[in-house]
Write a protein that binds this ligand. Structure first.
Ligand code: PLP
Length: 304
C-alpha cells in the first residue's frame, strides 16, 4: 500500500458559479501530511527503504520535509531535517510532531542544505524537494486517480515552485493518454522562476525571491519543468501575493479548507474567470500546504 491516500475529486459549486464554468477540485490538501508532496516523496522513500536505506535526510523546512518525516515514521526509518533559522516555529513543531530530528543551521536554505549533504552517509538517502524523477513518477498518481474516475478536464490548473508537481502531472497526463489537456502553471510574481525560464528558453537563477508563498520559492526550476513546457501544452500564469492570499480566504469560506498561499496561487487563477478562456471544465490541483495558519494569512493580507 502506498503512503499517500487517494484524495476526493469534487465539483465545486461556489467556484463553478464564480467562474461561469465547471470547476473541479483534486483535494490533495487532505493528504495526511497536508500536501501533495507525499505522493512523490512517499514513492521515493519506499524505494530507498526497499534498497536498504537506513536514514532519510532532507533540507526542506516546508511540506517536502514534512512528507519525508511522515514517510520515515511510517516506514520506521529515522529522519533528519536541516532547516535554516528563517524556518517558522510552527514548521519546526510540525516536523518534531512527525518524530523527525530537526537541526537548525544557517541563515539561508543554501547553508542548511550544505550541512544536510554532509550528513548523508553510505546507507542514507537524501530526498530532494522537487528535482528527482522518482518524485515525478509518484506525483503522477494524482492524474491516474482523475483518469480512473473518468473525469477528463479541458484544462488543469496547478502551482509551480521548483516544478516537481508540474513534471509529475505532465508525466501522469502522458501516461493516461491525455496529451491534449493543457496545464495552466501558476506562480506568484515574486517567485516566478518558471515564468522566467519559459521567457528565456532556458532555466534562470532568480537573483532573489520576494513572495510570501515560500513553498513556491525555488530560485531556479528543475530542467524537467522547462522540458514539460516544450513537450506538452503549458501556459505560464502569474498572480500577486494579494490575489493568492485572498484566494486562501475565499477557499476557506467556500470549502472549509485552509491552504497555504502557494496553493492559493492556483485557486486565484480558478477564481479569475477572465483568464480561463473557452475552457468549460477546469480541474484545480488543490496542493494544500500545512505551514500557514489563518492568523498568519490575515497578517500577510493586512500588510499588502
Ligand atoms: C511544494 C509545493 C508546491 C510547489 O511544488 P513544486 O514541485 O516545487 O513545483 C506548491 N504548493 C505547495 C503547498 C507545496 O508544498
Amino acid at each position: 500500500m502506498p503512503l499517500h491516500i487517494q484524495t476526493p475529486l469534487i465539483e465545486s459549486r461556489p467556484m463553478s458559479l464564480a467562474a461561469g464554468r465547471s470547476i473541479w477540485l483534486k483535494l490533495d490538501a487532505l493528504q495526511p501530511c497536508g500536501s501533495f508532496k507525499l505522493r512523490g516523496v512517499g514513492h521515493a522513500c519506499e524505494l530507498h527503504h526497499a534498497r536498504g536505506a537506513r536514514h532519510f535526510v532532507s533540507s526542506s523546512g516546508g511540506n517536502a520535509g514534512l512528507a519525508v518525516a511522515f514517510a520515515g515514521r511510517s516506514l520506521g526509518v529515522p529522519v533528519t531535517v536541516v532547516v535554516p533559522e528563517t524556518t517558522s516555529e510552527r514548521a519546526r513543531q510540525l516536523l518534531r510532531l512527525e518524530d523527525a530530528k530537526v537541526i537548525v543551521h544557517g541563515g539561508s536554505w543554501q547553508e542548511a542544505n550544505q550541512l544536510a549533504q554532509t550528513l548523508v552517509g553510505a546507507n542514507d538517502a537524501f530526498i530532494h524537494p522537487f528535482d528527482d524523477p522518482l518524485l515525478w513518477t509518484g506525483h503522477a498518481s494524482l492524474i491516474d486517480e482523475v483518469a480512473a474516475a473518468g473525469c477528463k478536464p479541458d484544462a488543469l490548473i496547478l502551482s509551480v515552485g521548483g516544478g516537481g508537481l508540474l513534471s509529475g502531472v505532465v508525466e501522469g497526463l502522458k501516461r493516461n493518454g491525455w496529451d491534449d489537456v493543457p496545464v495552466l502553471a501558476v506562480e506568484t510574481t515574486g517567485a516566478a522562476s518558471f515564468h522566467a525560464a519559459v521567457e528565456a528558453g532556458h532555466t534562470v537563477e532568480l537573483p532573489a525571491l520576494s513572495s510570501i508563498a515560500t513553498s513556491l520559492g525555488a530560485k531556479r526550476v528543475a530542467e524537467q519543468a522547462l522540458e514539460c513546457a516544450r513537450s506538452h501544452p503549458v501556459e505560464s500564469h502569474l498572480v500577486t501575493d494579494r490575489e493568492a492570499l485572498q484566494a486562501c480566504e475565499r477557499f476557506l469560506a467556500d470549502h472549509r479548507l485552509l491552504v497555504e498561499p502557494a496553493c492559493g496561487a492556483a485557486l486565484a487563477l480558478a477564481y479569475k474567470a477572465e483568464v480561463l478562456g473557452n475552457y468549460r471544465k477546469v480541474l484545480v490541483v488543490v496542493c494544500g500546504g500545512a505551514t500557514a495558519t489563518l492568523e498568519q494569512i490575515q497578517l500577510w493580507l493586512a500588510a499588502q
